[in-house]
Design a protein around this ligand. Structure first.
Ligand code: HEM
Length: 206
């Protein structure tokens, strides 16, 4: 008999918020990973510049939203200045920012969910940094991918979301999940636009 599917929409008793957020956004993360590889990847210097441009465009409105709505402890260190520096070293332009990111009226958990997606992406960035170092022979700039301040922020945030949650956290968990889903959707939209404009080089897809 098939196992009863476990809903990822409602938090399970005793589950940590991090486990819940990961389960709720796993499919979106996989889609985004694929979309970003299709939109740019990082197989060539120009692919890597497009990857950074996509990251910059997507993150500008998210960082602005956090600046306006998040308490200091939930405001990850801005990374768009680092991305701009990497782009300049590659001789590439900083792109126009993506359209406004909004969650309507900011509510409980929204800042936490948004911060989690941006900070959690540092885990993926660490893996991508290794590939970029190999492919670029150590010559490509990695201020963004190797950002130590974001890893420090991530460790502090992780301590907060790794503990088993209690029922009083329910509103925060719902808000954080909504926000995390909205941030993934925002990134996906930017990746789709970028792919439509200029798909990744053949080498990235072969
Ligand atoms: C570009 C392609 C991407 C790849 C290859 C990638 C890869 C990864 C990897 C390897 C992990 C770590 C899994 C683990 O150690 O448990 C991870 C986690 C994560 N990534 Fe990505 N990622 C990508 C893009 C993104 C983007 C653009 C975002 C959001 C802006 C993002 C958000 C996250 C989050 C929130 C986590 C989970 C953090 C946690 O464990 O709580 N990723 N990713």
């Amino acid at each position: 008999m098939a196992a009863t599917p476990v809903s990822v929409l409602a938090e399970q008793p005793g589950e940590s918020l991090r486990t819940h957020l990961r389960a709720a956004t796993m499919a979106a993360h996989d889609l985004l990973d694929n979309a970003m590889q299709a939109a740019s990847g990082w197989q060539t210097r120009s692919d890597y510049a497009r990857f950074l441009a996509l990251q910059h465009a997507a993150r500008v409105p998210l960082e602005a939203w956090l600046e306006a709505h998040a308490p200091a402890a939930l405001r990850p260190p801005p990374q768009t200045p680092l991305i701009a520096r990497d782009l300049a070293q590659l001789g590439a332009q900083v792109p126009a920012p993506a359209r406004l990111f909004t969650l309507g009226r900011a509510g409980p958990g929204h800042a936490l969910g948004t911060a989690w997606v941006l900070a959690g992406s540092a885990l993926g960035n660490r893996a991508i940094a290794k590939a970029v170092a190999r492919i670029g022979g150590g010559q490509w700039p990695v201020a963004f991918l190797g950002d130590g301040a974001m890893m420090d922020f991530w460790q502090a945030l992780r301590a907060r979301i790794d503990r088993p949650s209690v029922p009083t956290d329910a509103a925060e968990a719902t808000g954080a999940t909504d926000a995390a889903e909205a941030v993934f959707a925002h990134f996906l939209a930017v990746a789709a636009l970028s792919q439509a404009a200029e798909p990744a080089s053949e080498s990235a897809r072969s």
